[in-house]
Write a protein that binds this ligand. Structure first.
Ligand code: FAD
Length: 632
């Protein structure tokens, strides 16, 4: 590498201390690899550049999965929550998930402290301006000071900083979020290395001084006192955040919509002045007004930014509009007429790497030992970033040891769906996790992430012996309660006690487990009739009830998974010559050559590959197998 001085050697180097970089650094260091985390500003570790909240359907599932694997976000959210609410509680268990408002500054302080206290991990403030790549492998990084760090694996987690441009109305400023510098040199080098780069954008809302808001005009939303924690390891006695702050709901008004309509030519997101693509599922206020012209109002949530600040985040008002229009718009929202803006809403345009450039391990196909994670891969969201971060950190550490990478299946985790969608389908806008993206939702629930992934976290080395033992005890408790219920009988003979607990009387005797499956039987009521030898922990009772009531559906999804796994089990050579596969359509051939799927199952999910193409692949593999047999 040209100019610079040797500053140190590490097993793994993480570039970027955001949500992806933090999880990657912790995973790599906790796996015993000497790890360096370089980031532009140590006061912005795990900064929430947008709304100060974690979780919700889909996103919350991944936070739980991260926790089960041994990641940190769930614990951080439990210790800095200002409010916790369990969402979709009236719907089926597949879409229920926790959402927490979080203290932005406390979250960042907590994560920095965890990083500083993690053995094998060094922190460094600085701007990485170049990767040292030789013979198709990454060898190190160089900082703007000339410091050169050598390594065998790098995780690039630079978020929205690559060639970042901040936009407020007509004003465009090369910058990362919150006036941090954009990463120009690094972005240009990735293009020189041949990476296909996408131009994306995302926007955020203005922040207001809470002392200038008339909260009496809004609908108050209080925390959910019964909400669980994100982390399976959090206990109320751990001194967790009390999470008792309210949020507030109000709405935009038609006069405000008219102001936006009159200024659409000054909103780059809708005026055509931007060629970057924004997130469909996080539209700005101007996009909402253009897309839904007949809607008379749009919800606005006022969210506290922290326990020790008056700052309020205005969820639902993200925008590319100029400041003067943002001010006029606020005047039309009852309760915000006198609100003072602390930070103007803005949009950021940035470069992302086309995630089809990645293997399912998040290692890049072009440069050995170079991994990318987070918004750089075309996603949007702290949780999506952190989920990629832990995987990239685990796999960078395993790469250094010459071990096989960890890849999670679509039937195993939302994180598996996220990564498979990215590397198989690519993105044409910032990708945000939704429960509708997951085909096995009933198997991948918020409540059972531990039973899906703690064994994986333990196997890779991120989950401790102690934690694994307490996990096994929980699994045994669930099994024991299921067994107990199957041995107990409930029937017409118990009519009196059932009626006393407002429980239906079955016509025929049946096991308590069968009885629990009835939709009109609640487990809490049943336990009063057939109490367990000792009170059941809440999460054990929840697991028993869900799996009893949804047993049939879960069994059907499990059959579907077994069918899917057959194709997943058929491996494809990453360098397979698709011209040699007869019967493929031209489109399939091109797409397969670009994606280079590792299994027939993944090939079947590549857009443009159809059933006939999958059959052609299976025939090709069978022929090749027969030819191998013949030559043995
Ligand atoms: C304006 C805006 C609006 C957003 N809106 C939403 C939204 O509506 N919904 C949503 O879910 N998410 C939103 N987000 C996205 C959310 O903030 C990101 O998804 C999340 O922060 C991504 O995490 P990350 O770790 O990938 O990157 P980031 O959190 O951006 O962290 C990147 C890190 O890399 C460091 N870095 C960058 N370049 C270098 C370099 N050359 N050398 C050293 N360090 C470097 C930076 O200092 C930073 O610490 C928004 C973000 C912004 C900026």
């Amino acid at each position: 590498m040209a100019e610079g001085f040797w500053a140190g050697t590490y097993d793994v180097i993480i570039v970027g201390g955001g949500h992806a970089g933090v999880e990657a650094a912790l995973a790599s260091a906790r796996l015993g690899r000497r790890t360096l985390l370089v980031t532009l500003h140590l006061d912005f570790i795990a900064r929430m550049f947008c709304n100060p909240s974690i979780g919700g359907p889909g996103k919350g599932h991944m936070v739980r999965e991260l926790d089960a694997l041994g990641g940190e976000m769930a614990r951080a959210a439990d210790r800095t929550a200002l409010q916790r609410r369990m969402l979709n509680t009236s719907k089926g268990p597949a879409v229920r998930a926790l959402r927490a408002q979080v203290d932005r500054a406390a979250y960042s302080r907590y994560m920095r402290r965890v990083l500083e206290e993690t053995p094998n991990l060094d922190l460094r403030q600085g701007a990485v301006v170049a990767l040292d790549v030789a013979d198709g492998r990454v060898r190190g990084v160089r900082l703007d000071t000339g410091a050169v760090y050598e390594t065998a694996a790098v995780v690039l987690a630079t978020g929205t900083f690559l060639n970042g441009v901040v936009i407020v109305g007509e004003r465009r400023t090369p910058s990362g979020p919150e006036n941090l510098p954009a990463a120009r040199a690094l972005g240009e080098q990735l293009v020189r290395l041949g990476f296909r780069v996408l131009r994306l954008q995302t926007s955020t809302s203005p922040r207001l001084d809470g002392r200038t808001i008339d909260f009496s005009r809004f609908e108050r939303q209080d925390p959910d006192p019964d909400a669980p924690y994100f982390s399976y390891t959090s206990r109320s006695e751990d001194g967790l955040a009390s999470a008792e702050l309210p949020t507030y709901l109000t709405y935009t008004t038609p006069p405000g919509h008219e102001i936006v309509r009159l200024n659409l030519d000054r909103a780059p997101q809708v005026s055509g002045a931007m060629d970057a693509v924004g997130p469909r599922y996080c539209p700005s206020i101007e996009e909402k007004i253009v897309r839904f012209p007949h809607r008379g109002r749009h919800p606005i949530f006022l969210e506290p930014d922290g326990a020790d600040t008056y700052e309020v985040y205005v969820q639902g008002l993200s925008t590319s509009l100029p400041e003067d229009v943002q001010r006029e718009l606020l005047l039309t929202i009852p309760g915000l007429e006198g609100a003072r803006i602390l930070r103007v809403g803005y949009t950021i345009e940035y470069d992302a790497v086309d995630p089809v450039e990645l293997w399912p391990s998040l290692e890049t196909k072009r440069v050995r030992g170079l991994f990318t994670a987070g918004q750089i891969n075309g996603t949007s969201g702290y949780e999506e970033a952190a989920a990629q971060g832990i995987l990239a950190g685990i796999n960078a550490a395993r790469f250094v040891l010459g071990e096989e990478p960890l890849v999670l299946g679509r039937d195993q985790a939302y994180i598996g769906v996220l990564v498979d969608d990215l590397v198989t389908r690519g993105v044409d806008e910032p990708y945000r996790m939704l429960t509708s993206r997951v085909e096995h939702r009933l198997l991948l629930r918020f409540d059972n992430a531990d039973r899906r992934l703690v064994p994986v976290g333990y196997r890779v080395g991120l989950v401790s012996e102690d934690r694994y033992r307490s996990y096994l005890a929980k699994v045994e408790a669930i099994e024991a309660e299921r067994r107990r219920l199957t041995t107990l009988r409930v029937g017409p003979g118990e009519e009196e006690v059932l009626r006393a607990h407002y429980l239906p009387v079955p016509r025929e005797p049946l096991s308590a487990y069968e009885y629990l499956r009835r939709p009109d039987v609640s487990f809490a009521d049943l336990l009063r009739v057939v109490p367990p030898p000792s009170p059941l922990p809440r999460d054990v009772a929840e697991a028993v009830e869900i799996e009893a009531k949804y047993e049939g559906y879960i069994a059907r999804e499990a059959q579907e998974v077994a069918r899917m796994r057959r194709l997943e089990g058929k491996r494809l050579d990453p360098d397979l010559d698709y011209d040699a596969v007869s019967g493929l359509s031209q489109e399939a051939r091109e797409k397969l050559r670009r994606v280079r799927p590792l299994t027939v199952g993944q090939a079947a999910r590549v857009p443009g590959v159809h059933a006939a193409d999958v059959s052609a692949l299976l025939v090709y593999l069978a022929h090749r197998e027969r030819r191998k047999e013949a030559t043995r």
